[in-house]
Design a protein around this ligand. Structure first.
Ligand code: ATP
Length: 374
């Protein structure tokens, strides 16, 4: 296994005679044995980045190393990477065994070694019984296992996955996701995994690269991304339902440093660590970021475990069994809370809302960047 290093990797395409940048100058070091997930909305450049690492798209500028070896201009077959595609890309006329053996046969690996490697990979994936079958005799999940097996038998320096689970139904996706996590641990393999699904990114990645519009937004381990998103894009992309961003300003006029929403419906005294950080922001506009689980809701007149920051009207109640989502309106802003399953408030009722002060986020509305990192 090997590390992967991208330095200033850029991809440009010609569109109507003009050069357009699909991927802007990516710097990324994937450590030996690490599983890094590239995630972002459709068109953000994640697949193009992966395809440049695979050698399926030429790199327009910058350099790529696998281990210590510079491979920027090396053809795909000589990069020692194995890619697993969303479409499985199995040969329909070959059995699972032959699909898995094919790349080794091309390389003139001795038959006995091929057989040992195919059987070892099949055992890892629990697909020994499928080896004599052709793709049309297998389910989608089984075909995807064979596609992963075909990568494993090659013992590549790096595994590349391009949305490998997207064609599977929801239950199978979860099962295969866990399987891939297990295989990653078992093989100690270096893996780069592309998905648009933030849950897949959070659960699989040692680190996550969030991309948008061809640019890397943040590279961090899952919980660091969730707890300290660097900008409003990351803040609202990771987490479901997403973080709400409430418009307002910093008010320092009454001694304590406060956030006040633009319509005056929410006022929150900032905890000391934030007050110190935004000391210079008095009178300036900010976005207050709150995740649904950090909103406290109480029926009016009842006790609340966080000081009330304002009132809101309940507009929608969505019970999920283990919890309930409340969509509320505070002034002219919408806000979602994740609360215990049985709520006594009804649609249309007014409630008091508060926020866990240690878990709020503040962003500059002009730059969309997180304010004053400590
Ligand atoms: P998706 O999840 O929809 O595949 P993505 O995040 O993987 O999206 P890419 O496929 O990497 O995005 O595409 C990034 C951008 O590059 C898009 O704007 C796309 O239109 C453009 N692009 C990709 N391939 C080409 C190409 N061969 N020629 C021109 N433009 C391209």
């Amino acid at each position: 296994m090997a590390s992967v290093t991208l330095e200033g990797v850029r991809k440009t395409f010609q569109h109507d005679g003009r050069e357009q940048v699909a991927v802007h100058d990516v710097d990324l070091h994937v450590a030996d044995g690490e599983l890094v997930v590239l995630v972002g909305p459709s068109g953000c450049g994640k697949s193009t980045t992966l395809r440049m690492i695979a050698g399926l798209e030429p790199i327009s500028r910058g350099s790529l190393k696998i281990g210590d070896r510079l491979v920027t201009d090396v053809p795909p077959k000589d990069r020692d990477v194995a890619m697993v595609f969303q479409s499985y890309a199995l040969y329909p006329h070959m059995t699972a065994y032959d699909n898995m053996a094919f790349a080794l046969t091309l390389r003139n690996v001795p038959k006995r070694e091929i057989d040992a490697r195919v059987r070892e990979a099949a055992a890892i994936l629990g697909i020994e019984a499928l080896l004599p079958r052709k793709p049309r005799q297998m389910s989608g999940g089984q075909r995807q296992r064979v596609a992963v097996g075909r990568a494993i038998v090659r013992k590549p320096q790096v595994f590349l996955f391009d949305e490998p689970l997207s064609n599977l139904d929801a239950q199978l996706r979860v099962a295969m996701r866990r399987e891939l996590s297990r295989i990653h641990q078992q093989l100690g393999a270096t893996m780069i995994y592309v998905t648009h699904d933030q849950v897949e990114a959070m659960t699989l990645g040692d680190r996550i690269v969030v991309m948008n519009e061809g640019r890397v937004q943040q590279i961090d381990p899952p919980l660091a991304l969730y707890e300290r998103p660097r900008n409003t894009f990351v803040a609202t992309f990771i987490g479901s339902p997403p973080m709400d961003l409430l418009r307002g300003e910093i008010d320092a006029s009454e001694g304590a440093m406060c956030y006040r929403s633009t319509d005056g419906a929410i006022t929150l005294t900032l905890p000391r660590q934030w007050a110190e950080r935004v000391a210079a922001w008095g009178g300036r506009e900010v976005l207050l970021g709150v995740r649904p689980e950090d909103v406290r809701v109480s029926v009016l007149g009842g006790a609340t475990d966080a000081p009330a920051a304002g009132r809101a009207r309940v507009e929608l109640i969505e019970p999920l069994g283990d919890e309930t989502l409340l969509t509320m309106r505070a002034g002219n802003q919408e806000l979602t809370a994740r609360v215990p399953p049985h709520v006594s408030a009804g649609v249309g009722s007014e409630v008091a809302i508060g926020f866990d002060p240690d878990r709020i986020h503040l962003f500059d509305p002009a730059t969309e960047q997180r304010l004053s990192e400590a």
